[in-house]
Design a protein around this ligand. Sequence first.
Ligand SMILES: [Ca+2]
Length: 481
Amino acid sequence: MAESRKPNIIWIMAEDMGTDLECYGTAGVKTPNLNRMAREGVLYERAYCPSPICSPNRSSMMVGVHQTVIDAHHHRSNRGVPLKAPYKPITSWLRNAGYNCLLGHDKVMRKGAKTDCNFKHKAVGDWDGKKRFGLFDKIGGFTAADQPFFNQIQLVVTHRGDWWNGVRKASKHPVSLDEIKLPLSFADTPEIRYDWACYLDQVEYMDNEVGMLMESLKEEELDQNTVVIFIADNGRCNLRGKGYLHQPGIHIPMIIWAPGLVKAGTVVEELVSTTDISATVLSLAGAKIPDYITSKPLIGIEKPEYRQYVRSARDIWDEIDECSRSITTADFKYIRNHMPEVPWATDQAYLEINRPALHVMRRLKQEGRLSTRELTFFADQKPVEELYDLGKDPEELNNLAKNPEYAPVLRTMRAHEAQWQMENHDLGLADLGRRKPEKWLAAERARAGIKKNEPELWKRLEAGELMETQTWMKKYKSLKK
Ligand SMILES: [Ca+2]
């Protein structure tokens, strides 16, 4: 990479997926394009999100600071409230460094132009943080004329959507139900297998989109001076994933492709947080890294400073009030549930219309047919504290918080959480008890409408069929409570 030229930076975010790629060892899925990116770049084995949900996590990455510090911790909140000084979106600093900030790309599904930040913002326009709130300069994707550019591209296909069955149908190599491996906490039924295989079909479609973007880069002769960062914006859209602080919710895939800047085929086993990407982007661009940024650049510097632990937080998601905090270290995960009375398997409408496994396993539970580990998710309430030995128990099914042998580990993990709270003001703990979850959103209206007016459809959903529930949300948009 030519030293005198500022590199272009592309930041690809696939929606709602865990480390479910071939290059992470996932069974049954083929991801040749991301495999190649990893072979030629760096694969991060332990990348974590500060939040297991879309908008809080996107907010944290856009600023480079935990969502709980910038009042962006509740999903889809504070959309009319400007970021408090001194916080600014990273694109504001990139513009100061001479970058064109681009959003989306015309070649990908729905043009990949999502922003979804929990502070006052517009996708396109100037930014001064007082009267003007534009994050990006334009939508549509990179061209050579935009150099140097920063292009954030969202890949929506892996998000639950009405296209899932269609993508599988159109696939020339649908993922085989026999070759996949379900998580240990999932019941093994044909419906759950189908849903999982169909998820991996979306992953393959997404991988193909990554391939198209890499091809465009070559065609435009930009591939020698561009860094490409790939992550998922939050964890997997299934039980114990998105919305939860267990591994599938916050542990995500992350690959950086940067010819000349990184040694091909590097695998990083250290802990990194997705906010570290914010600092990496600013550092690569030669932009100012503001003092408030708590993240660290990962490449393009002499010796990256990795994290001793990653701290993550879950707060309000739609109509469900919730407050949990986690600390992940190299070997352990600690979760503190501040609202243990809210079970994992809540009756949240979004989950009920987008998680076939939830319905199938509820039925099996009633019939007394779930194993102990399959029952984990369906406990009446959560423990106040959870502690997992990630080496021995990567699927976090054996809570060690009350095991005396692990008392010293528990103390260390509590100390990390206390230290984080000393150094950062957690606004999500400060507002506990006076929060307002969002009632009667589209998913709740759709659930009520279908149950009342189209019981046959609801029956199919309860039987574990993967259905086109976005259509329901549109249809019952105007339903009165
Ligand atoms: Ca997402």
